[in-house]
Write a protein that binds this ligand. Structure first.
Ligand SMILES: [Zn+2]
Length: 254
């Protein structure tokens, strides 16, 4: 393990551009259930049901059904970032990390202080008015404190939608995410088994001859064969990143 940590620190010290890709695993350490994990809603309620309700068509046609479900299962506002989120933000400030592409909607990277975050599935802490030409934005606590089941815009009465990518919608920031991953000299994947597209595809297109790949994940991933270093130690991502950060010398701050 120590050897792996030294190796990752050396790769980071030598890299001019490092992109981090994060999935559910980094947030489960902060206390957010992995929707696809054993305690997650996919397993408890069945993937079909979740996909039918957390779906753009259901949202448009039956917003009350959508919100009944959403309010019960997507309580993300009270969760604080974990150690791993804070260390990543610190390493960005120290100019060792240049971008974070995340599949998570919990906003924890931004809360921890990361600046250059590309959330491909959106962020649950923003709500956007759906009425044409309005587009007013609300934070989640304001939107969800509405006494009505379906929150509405104070300006125009339009229905508010959480700014997350629902089933049936395309991902956000596609080009930025692709650029950030494919142009990085070093790619560090944290807490993702790399099975959800299109991110999994970007990482697959990553060129292991000219670029280096590091994976910190519990369990196997689809790209283990291409990784220079793989650490599979559940629940320790924050501690591992802290040790790496401690090994890195000061660089000019971003
Ligand atoms: Zn509005």
């Amino acid at each position: 393990m120590q050897n792996n940590i030294n190796q990752i620190a050396a790769l980071m010290a030598n890299s001019r551009s490092t992109t981090v890709v994060t999935g559910a695993g980094i947030s489960t350490e902060a206390g957010i259930p992995d929707f696809r994990g054993p305690e997650g809603i996919y397993r408890k309620l069945g993937e079909d049901k979740v996909m039918r309700i957390i779906n753009i068509d259901t949202f448009r046609q039956r917003p009350e059904l959508f919100y009944e479900f959403y309010r019960e299962h997507f309580k993300l506002a009270e969760v604080a970032p974990g150690r791993a989120h804070y260390v990543l933000a610190e390493l960005e400030a120290r100019n060792y990390i240049h971008g974070v592409v995340t599949q998570n909607i919990d906003g924890l990277h931004q809360k921890a202080g990361s600046k250059n975050v590309i959330p491909v599935h959106g962020t649950a802490d923003r709500f956007v008015c759906q009425k044409y030409h309005c587009g007013a934005v609300y934070d989640a606590s304001t939107a969800l404190s509405s006494p009505e089941l379906v929150p509405r815009c104070e300006k125009c009465g339009g229905v508010l939608k959480p700014d997350v990518v629902l089933f049936g919608e395309s991902i956000q920031n596609f080009m930025d995410a692709q650029d950030s991953i494919l142009s990085a000299q070093l790619l560090i994947v944290i807490g993702s088994s790399l099975t959800v597209y299109p991110l999994a595809g970007f990482v697959r297109a990553f060129d292991s001859f000219t670029q280096d790949l590091v994976i910190l994940n519990k369990g196997p991933t689809s790209m283990d064969h291409a990784a220079r270093v793989k650490i599979d130690a559940p629940g320790t991502t924050g501690a591992v990143l802290e040790q790496i950060a401690a090994l890195l010398p000061e660089r000019g701050r971003a």
